[in-house]
Structure formats: C-alpha cells, structure tokens
Design a protein. Structure first.
Length: 57
C-alpha cells in the first residue's frame, strides 16, 4: 500500500468525522496537515481555535 493511499484515507476520515472542516476556504491537504500537527504536537490547542485560525489565513 502506498503512502499516498494511507494519507488520502486519513484525510477522508478526518473530513467524514468533522464535516465542519469543509466550510474552510483552504484545500483539504492544508487543513489536514494543520489538524494532524495539532493532534501530534499541539495537544493544548482546542480544535475550535485551530479551525478559527485556519479560517483567518
């Protein structure tokens, strides 16, 4: 299985689990990277705050 397939599957799961992400005017990859980095490295950041920051830029 290729890395692209694995990443695409995780991106699809993220957007299925959080449909509000579709309202952000960024591409799916950019939103997903921010979300995955938040989960891995920014444990204290609230998801709503992350969505707000993504919407600003």
């Amino acid at each position: 299985m290729s890395l692209k397939i694995l990443v695409d599957d995780q991106i699809d799961k993220l957007f299925t689990d959080s449909p509000e992400l579709a309202s952000i005017k960024k591409n799916k990859f950019e939103i997903s990277v921010a979300s995955f980095a938040n989960l891995k490295y920014l444990n204290g950041l609230e998801f709503d705050d992350l969505l707000e920051e993504l919407g600003k830029k």
